[in-house]
Design a protein around this ligand. Structure first.
Ligand code: G3P
Ligand code: MG
Length: 232
């Protein structure tokens, strides 16, 4: 089972920062997940649409300039651009880039190609996901060979059909809505199932028993250990 360090190793370091990404690598994570918003023509790595709460800034992130963001921090760590994170990771792991804000597909297309040509990422190491399915479809239309994954925050009538229609590589589901049926339906159409956000060892083992292909965990080392160690 693939373990994604959710927002980097966010259980140990400020989420979505270079520190959280580097720590994920030190912990041996095979994959990381991060969230991006568009600021000017760049993509920046941050979870919320508003700055307050997770940073020392205020207001809507997409209304800021890159210069303004450069003055802010997340618990003392800078808000990185996606390019800075991709440079740091340097093709050492799978990167799931979650397109959060409006207008992210267009700059993502350019960054996808640049990451492959300049940083040596293999296409299969880059996985684009989003709750915004039209935006994800726009990305896929521009990069037909890219791996994409619709995120589902609730249970649709036929999640596998959504994945199939979008020619998705994987379906990303909230752990609250996971069922053997949706795992089997996805697998029957050749689509992998990755589940967020799971840190409980028993949950992780139960998902593995269902045949789930991967989980997003804030403590990737503990999630990996849960898969190898027997239940207490
Ligand atoms: O991509 C999985 C998960 O990160 C989706 O939800 O809110 O944590 O970005 P959220
Ligand atoms: Mg996310």
């Amino acid at each position: 089972m693939l373990v994604f360090a959710h927002r980097g190793a966010s259980g140990y370091a400020p989420e979505n920062t270079l520190k959280a990404m580097e720590l994920a690598m030190q912990l041996g994570a095979a994959a990381v997940e991060l969230d991006v918003h568009r600021v000017e023509d760049e993509l920046v790595v941050f979870h919320d649409r508003r700055l307050e709460g997770k940073s020392n800034g205020h207001g809507l992130i997409h209304q800021k300039t890159l210069a303004e963001l450069a003055t802010l921090s997340v618990k003392g760590e800078p808000i990185p651009t996606l390019w800075q994170v991709l440079e740091l990771l340097g093709g050492r792991c799978i990167v799931n880039i979650e397109l959060k804000g409006i207008g992210t597909a267009e700059p993502m297309v350019a960054l996808y190609h640049k990451a492959i040509s300049e940083l040596g990422y293999r296409p299969e190491q880059l996985l684009m996901s989003s709750f915004d399915h039209p935006q994800l479809a726009a990305f896929k239309a521009a990069v037909p060979d890219a791996r994409i994954a619709p995120l589902l925050g609730s249970l649709p009538l036929d999640g596998a059909a959504i994945a199939r229609q979008m020619q998705a590589y994987s379906l990303h589901l909230d752990v609250s809505f996971i069922s053997q049926q949706i795992v089997d339906d996805a697998h029957s159409t050749g689509v992998k199932v990755y589940v967020y956000t799971v840190d409980d060892a028993d949950d992780i083992r139960a998902l593995a028993a269902m045949g789930v292909d991967g989980v997003f965990a804030n403590y990737p080392d503990k999630a990996t250990a849960a898969l190898t160690l027997p239940s207490q």
